[in-house]
Design a protein around this ligand. Structure first.
Ligand SMILES: *[C@@H]1O[C@H](CO)[C@@H](O)[C@H](O)[C@H]1NC(C)=O
Ligand SMILES: *[C@@H]1O[C@H](CO)[C@@H](O)[C@H](O)[C@H]1NC(C)=O
Ligand SMILES: *[C@@H]1O[C@H](CO)[C@@H](O)[C@H](O)[C@H]1NC(C)=O
Ligand SMILES: *[C@@H]1O[C@H](CO)[C@@H](O)[C@H](O)[C@H]1NC(C)=O
Ligand SMILES: *[C@@H]1O[C@H](CO)[C@@H](O)[C@H](O)[C@H]1NC(C)=O
Ligand SMILES: *[C@@H]1O[C@H](CO)[C@@H](O)[C@H](O)[C@H]1NC(C)=O
Length: 437
């Protein structure tokens, strides 16, 4: 009791001293102006040029994992391509790693934010202090996907049969989208979330979903300036060129050796369980899925299982409806699950919404490194669906590295095409070095 009183007493004394000290400022309208001015982000072109090592606008490439999760830093292949490298010491930035230099004669910054939306938002916000020198911003990395467009099961309604095979997603496939949603924005309870368990064909019930901003703030990010959509379109088009086909060919051997055996086992087990045939054409490169079917659906837990995928697709559909005005359901989209876009998008949107600053176009590029659920079969209990008895083990170090390889090839090809354009198609100046696996 005494201690508590003592503390209260000291606080009161301190407060009185403060009042008596006469140091309490009285703000005038002019002071407010100058305070505002002091808080403007550094847009000092000299110090930004010093930071980025160039006074030209840079392409910003940001990734999450420094290699702690999968063993392959997500920046690996960009770092390998950077010329005139300058490593920024970790003690002067909130990003986990920063490298400046050029790729295909274009100034770039390759940043590793660290994993998760908080790290991503902090690193992005700091870099936006130099938005006057940012040409465009690409957040790129790995992600977990539905095995096919519209998923393998959809409750309620279609639990008798698994969905017919349609637009299968392969390891290394790439989503290019400026849209994102936060999976974790929901109000729910145990009995609703787990209703129907252990039958996998059960749709978790919730009280509120991600559109209730009054409960959790903004959870759906659909801002898309013209420049943002053209950046997404430029990247998508780059992957449809002969140049991309040539660049990705270096990964074909790796695909056959390390990815194909897993994919074959995964879909053989799925086929055994659903009775459907899943046929793949020979691999000639990843399929690139655009922002009409994919948004980045983020969460801070590594979720898996059909019910979570159904919710992820429902939230993805909600996001794409708001972004595109199209009428969509969970059958029409694919879940692309990651973590960082819900940190990056609000950071850049806030910046782009302030007057007087350079707008930063941005896009999320995510390659499929793992499936969001194991193959399924009819439940032995006779009630619905369950996971197959011995799901094929995924080798994440291999699958993640491959996904990092395909997404890096997409981004690097876009930069290479820009190089051709500015160097008058000079093949020597814009030569591509195949990624080393
Ligand atoms: C604010 O600043 C202007 C010019 O610097 C001055 O003319 C004006 O008197 C100031 N107003 C106040 C309330 O201090
Ligand atoms: C940051 O680290 C570098 C070495 O990596 C060192 O030279 C420099 O003095 C450090 N700066 C600060 C502000 O601590
Ligand atoms: C196919 O499914 C049956 C039971 O549903 C199981 O006993 C068998 O091992 C499975 N075969 C393969 C290749 O997964
Ligand atoms: C999402 O699921 C809810 C039920 O929880 C449903 O009312 C809504 O129509 C679904 N939205 C989409 C876009 O699929
Ligand atoms: C994954 O693949 C790598 C490379 O082939 C291999 O060294 C490693 O042992 C594998 N890991 C597992 C868990 O199978
Ligand atoms: C093409 O680029 C290379 C390397 O940058 C340079 O040496 C060469 O002069 C260029 N050729 C033409 C025709 O510009």
């Amino acid at each position: 009791m005494f201690l508590v009183r003592g503390k209260a007493c000291r606080v009161a004394v301190a407060f009185t001293l403060l009042l008596l000290g006469g140091d309490l400022p009285v703000w005038s309208a002019n002071d407010t102006q100058s305070i505002k001015a002091a808080w403007q982000p550094t847009q000092d072109s000299l110090s930004c040029a010093k930071r980025f090592g160039t006074s030209q606008k840079v392409t910003f490439i940001m990734v999450a994992d420094p290699g702690t999760y999968s063993g392959t830093p997500e920046s690996s292949f960009y770092v390998g391509a950077v010329q005139s490298k300058n490593d920024i010491p970790a003690n002067v930035t909130s990003c986990s790693d920063l490298l400046t230099g050029t790729i295909f004669n274009q100034p770039v910054v390759v940043a590793t934010s660290g994993i998760g939306p908080v790290a991503a938002a902090l690193c992005t916000t700091e870099m936006l202090q130099c938005s006057s020198l940012i040409k465009d911003f690409i957040y790129v990395g790995t992600s977990g996907w539905s095995s096919q467009l519209g998923g393998v099961l959809n409750a309620p309604g279609s639990c008798k049969e698994a969905n017919p095979p349609r637009d299968l997603a392969r390891i290394g496939d790439i989503a290019v989208t400026p849209y994102a949603a936060n999976w974790a924005c929901k109000l729910a309870d145990y009995s609703g979330q787990c209703k129907g368990a252990p039958n996998l064909c059960s749709y978790p019930e919730e009280i509120y979903g991600p559109q209730e901003a009054r409960l959790y703030g903004s959870c759906i990010f659909t801002a898309h300036s013209k420049a943002t959509l053209s950046l997404a379109d430029e990247l998508i088009s780059a992957t449809r060129t002969p140049q991309f086909a040539a660049n990705i060919a270096a990964l074909a051997t790796d695909f056959e050796k390390t990815i194909a055996p897993y994919e074959t086992e995964y879909f053989a087990a799925m086929s055994n369980g659903t009775g459907h045939q899943y046929n793949f054409p020979p691999w000639h490169g990843p399929r690139v899925w655009d922002y009409n079917v994919a948004a980045e659906i983020d969460s801070q837990f590594f979720y898996s299982g059909v019910p979570w995928d159904m919710v992820a697709r429902n939230y993805t559909a909600q996001t794409l409806i708001l972004a595109t005005g199209k009428s969509l359901t969970q059958y029409d989209v694919i879940a692309v699950s990651a973590m960082e876009a819900v940190g990056v998008a609000p950071a850049i949107n806030l910046h782009n919404g302030m007057s007087g600053y350079d707008q930063v176009p941005y896009v999320f590029v995510r390659a499929n490194s793992d499936y969001l659920y194991q193959p399924i079969q009819r439940a032995k209990s006779g009630n619905g669906w369950e996971t197959v008895d011995n799901p094929p083990p995924a080798n994440n170090s291999v699958n993640f590295r491959f996904a990092i390889g395909t997404s890096s090839t997409a981004v690097l090809t876009m930069l290479q095409l820009r190089c051709f354009q500015s160097a008058g198609n000079n093949a020597t100046a814009c030569a591509y070095t195949p990624l080393q696996f």
